[in-house]
Write a protein that binds this ligand. Structure first.
Ligand SMILES: O=c1[nH]cnc2c1ncn2[C@@H]1O[C@H](CO)[C@@H](O)[C@H]1O
Ligand SMILES: [Zn+2]
Length: 354
C-alpha cells in the first residue's frame, strides 16, 4: 500500500492516552469508541478542507518523541495485522515541531517507531516493511527545506517526498523548486493531485513538477468520455497517464468523504481498472475513514465483483510503483505477494486450513 497518512491512522485509545500525557484538552471526547466515531463523522464532510480540520487533534498529540515513536510503531503493527506486507506511510514533519523537536528529530523518532513496529509485527507472526514518505504542506512555504530533509534521510528508510493539504488555490508548481531539487538528487516523489481540483492540477503535477505518481488522481476521468455504447475516448492527458503507466494512488472511502466521488459503485476506480490504468488501492486515513486495507478491498469487491486475481493485480501494481529499489520490489512481488495470493486461492479451493 502506497498512500497512508501517519497522522490519519492513530488508534483512538492512543490519542486519548497521549492527550492525557501531554495535557491536550481539546479532544471532543475522551471515550475511545466515541472518539473513533467522532473522527469518522467529522471527516464525512463533503469537503477536503473540512476533512483536513480533524487532523488538528491527531497532530496535537504527536509533538513529543515518545508520542511519535508510539504512533509510528502502532501504525506498522496495525497494517501488518491487516495483512499489509509493504506500506509507504507519510506525514508532514513541519506539523510536529510544537514540542520543541527539530525536523531531523521528528524524522528520527518516526523511523525508530517504524523499526520497532516492524519488529513487534514479526514477533506476532506478521511481516511488514514500512517505507516513509516525507510530506510538505502545500499551503505552507517550507517545501524546499522539507525536500532536503527527505533527501538527508533517504538511506535510513525515507523513500520519497509528497505534498498534501488543501488543493484548490495551491497548485503544485508553488513548490517547483523543491521538485527540481529532488530531481537533481535522483529522488522520488508523489503529489496529491486531482482530488479536490481537476485536470490542471494533474497536468502540472506530471508535466511541470515531474511527479512519479499521483495521490488520488481520480479527476483524470474528467478527460475520459464514455459513450452510450460503452466505448471510451481518452483525452490527451488521460492517454498520457495510461500510456506512461503513471501510478494512481486511489483511496475510495476517503474520496466519498471529501466529495471526490459519490458512491463506491460510481467511484472512478471501476472505469480506470477496466481501462487498465496503473491503479492501486489505499487507505489514505484509517482513522478518519474508519477503514483498513482489507475493508477498502471489501468495498470494491461488493461494488465491482472483484476477485482474488483483481486483488493481486492491485497489489502487484502497488509494488511495481513503490519507491523501493527494483530488486526489492521484484522480490516482494515474486516471493511474497504472489505466493500469498496463491495461498489464498488454495484456501478458496480446498477450504481454510485453520
Ligand atoms: O486526502 C488528503 N488530501 C490532501 N491532504 C491530506 C489528505 N489526507 C491527509 N492530508 C493532509 O496530509 C497531512 C500530512 O499527513 C495531514 O495532516 C493532512 O493535513
Ligand atoms: Zn492523502
Amino acid at each position: 500500500m502506497l498512500h497512508d497518512h501517519l497522522d490519519g491512522g492513530l488508534r483512538p485509545e492512543t490519542i486519548v492516552e497521549l492527550a492525557a500525557a501531554c495535557g491536550y484538552q481539546k479532544l471532543p471526547t475522551t471515550d475511545p469508541a466515541k472518539l473513533g466515531i467522532w473522527f469518522r463523522e467529522a471527516a464525512d464532510s463533503g469537503s477536503l478542507e473540512r476533512y483536513l480540520e480533524t487532523f488538528a487533534h491527531t497532530c496535537a498529540v504527536m509533538q513529543t518523541r515518545e508520542g511519535l515513536v508510539r504512533v509510528a510503531a502502532e501504525a506498522a503493527e496495525d497494517l501488518a495485522a491487516d495483512g499489509v506486507v509493504y506500506a509507504e506511510v507519510r506525514y508532514a514533519p513541519e506539523q510536529h515541531l510544537e514540542g520543541g523537536l527539530t525536523l531531523d528529530e521528528v524524522v528520527e523518532a518516526v523511523q525508530e517507531g517504524f523499526r520497532i513496529g516492524e519488529a513487534n509485527a514479526r514477533a506476532n507472526g506478521d511481516r511488514i516493511k514500512v517505507g516513509t514518505l516525507i510530506t510538505a504542506m502545500r499551503h505552507a512555504a517550507r517545501s524546499q527545506e522539507i525536500a532536503e530533509l527527505a533527501n538527508r534521510h533517504r538511506d535510513t528508510g525515507v523513500v520519497g517526498f509528497d505534498i498534501a493539504g488543501a488543493e484548490a488555490g495551491f497548485p503544485p508548481t508553488r513548490h517547483q523548486a523543491a521538485f527540481d531539487y529532488l530531481k537533481g538528487e535522483n529522488n522520488h516523489f508523489t503529489i496529491h493531485a486531482g482530488e479536490a481540483f481537476g485536470l490542471p492540477s494533474i497536468w502540472e503535477a506530471l508535466q511541470c513538477c515531474g511527479a512519479d505518481r499521483l495521490g488520488h488522481g481520480v479527476r483524470i476521468t474528467d478527460d475520459i468520455t464514455v459513450h452510450d455504447d460503452g466505448t471510451v475516448t481518452l483525452g490527451r492527458l488521460a492517454a498520457y497517464v495510461r500510456d506512461k503507466r503513471i501510478p494512481l494512488e486511489m483511496c475510495p472511502t476517503s474520496n466519498l468523504q471529501t466529495g471526490a466521488a459519490s458512491s463506491y459503485a460510481e467511484h472512478p476506480i471501476g472505469l480506470l481498472t477496466r481501462l487498465k490504468y496503473r491503479v492501486t488501492v489505499n487507505t489514505d486515513n484509517r482513522l478518519m475513514s474508519g477503514t483498513s486495507m482489507s475493508q477498502e478491498f471489501a468495498h470494491l469487491i461488493e461494488a465491482f465483483g472483484y476477485d482474488l486475481d483483481d486483488m493481486q493485480w492491485f497489489t502487484v501494481n502497488a509494488l511495481k510503483s513503490a519507491f523501493l529499489p527494483f530488486d526489492e520490489r521484484l522480490a516482494m512481488i515474486n516471493d511474497v505477494v504472489k505466493p500469498g495470493y496463491a495461498e489464498l486461492k488454495a484456501e478458496w479451493l480446498f477450504g481454510s486450513s485453520s
